[in-house]
Design a binder for this molecule. Structure first.
Ligand SMILES: NC(=O)c1ccc[n+]([C@@H]2O[C@H](COP(=O)([O-])OP(=O)(O)OC[C@H]3O[C@@H](n4cnc5c(N)ncnc54)[C@H](O)[C@@H]3O)[C@@H](O)[C@H]2O)c1
Length: 280
């Protein structure tokens, strides 16, 4: 793809102030997009805006995605400022540490802080829904759009000590499949992009947090997100892409075809329909 694969596209990225959101914001800006970065942390957005790739073109929106009014206003701000919102990247997320009594990555569900547990669901799953809820109508009206959700690896969804995190990401993964069906025929696609394992970001592996022996580089999200946000992925929906497996030496469409898998668990859904004798 050319450097300007995303020129004239307006892309909103939640969680743009840190980690993988920051990497993806840089990547789509370098490909020509105009970027609105949404984050609850204004300092992360301020740092990002100073990077040369944005040339002072980053629209900074301080908002909490778990709050419906914040999401409604963020989408309205982008539509009013730029005339449209073409691509929504739901990346904002918090780890299970937010429900742990002390700095630790995992906590058993019956020892978790109830308010923290609920905040993880509200941010990771409900926040993505709220952003998509307000962004999708404009995309449908224009006949083109992208919703890209960052979930997590399937084994993480079922891992011990990650009850709220796993549940939030499983719910978002399932949402990807249902939203894609709801948007069928509109020109708006919904896909999942995951790094493919624990990834070295400030929020998930801050100083003092135990680190697994292998951590992925968040930079692996850059090439896949540009392809997913571009017209090259037209017609690709309800799909899942693992950035770790993406071969950046191949042309992006070829690399995408090699790693493309269905979002969520449609094989289990089909088996349930077959056993019942009809689909839902
Ligand atoms: N790091 C990993 O190992 C890993 C693996 C798989 C998936 N993920 C997912 O990747 C995404 C990005 O995580 P990261 O690792 O880059 O973490 P990060 O903490 O470095 O970045 C997350 C960003 O989201 C923002 N944020 C948090 N709550 C918010 C809210 N309520 N409203 C708006 N913004 C909010 C944070 O301020 C931060 O800037 C998350 O959805 C995470 O679940 C992370």
């Amino acid at each position: 793809m050319t450097d300007q694969a995303l020129s004239a596209r307006i892309i909103l990225i939640t969680g743009a102030g840190s980690g993988m959101g920051r990497v993806m914001a840089r990547a789509v800006a370098a490909a020509g997009a105009t970027v609105a970065g949404v984050d609850v942390d204004s300092s992360g957005l301020d740092q990002l805006a100073r990077e040369p790739v944005f040339r002072d073109r980053l629209r900074k929106i301080v908002a909490d995605v778990s709050k419906a009014e914040d999401c409604r206003q963020a989408v309205a701000d982008v539509q009013k400022t730029f005339g449209s919102l073409d691509v929504l990247i739901n990346c904002a997320g918090i780890s299970m540490a937010h429900a742990a009594p002390q700095p630790q990555a995992r906590v058993k569900f019956f020892e978790a802080d109830p308010a923290g547990w609920q905040r993880i669901i509200a941010t990771n799953c409900i926040g993505a829904f709220l952003m998509a809820r307000f962004a999708a109508p404009g995309m449908v009206a224009r006949g083109w759009g992208r919703i890209i959700n960052v979930t997590t690896s399937f084994d993480t969804m079922l891992a011990a000590g990650l009850s709220a995190y796993g549940a939030s990401k499983a719910a978002l993964e399932a949402s990807c499949a249902t939203w894609a069906k709801d948007l069928d025929g509109t020109g708006v696609t919904v896909n999942v992009l995951v790094p493919g394992g624990p990834t070295d970001t400030p929020g998930f592996f801050p100083p003092g947090m135990p680190r697994p022996p292998v951590l992925l580089d968040p930079q692996i999200m850059a090439v896949p997100i540009v392809w997913l946000a571009s017209t090259q992925s037209d017609g690709v929906t309800a799909s899942r892409f693992i950035a770790r497996d993406w071969d950046i030496k191949l042309p992006p469409s070829e690399a995408a075809a090699r790693v493309r898998a269905p979002a969520a668990w449609p094989d289990l859904a089909q088996a349930a329909s077959a056993a019942r004798g009809h689909a839902m």
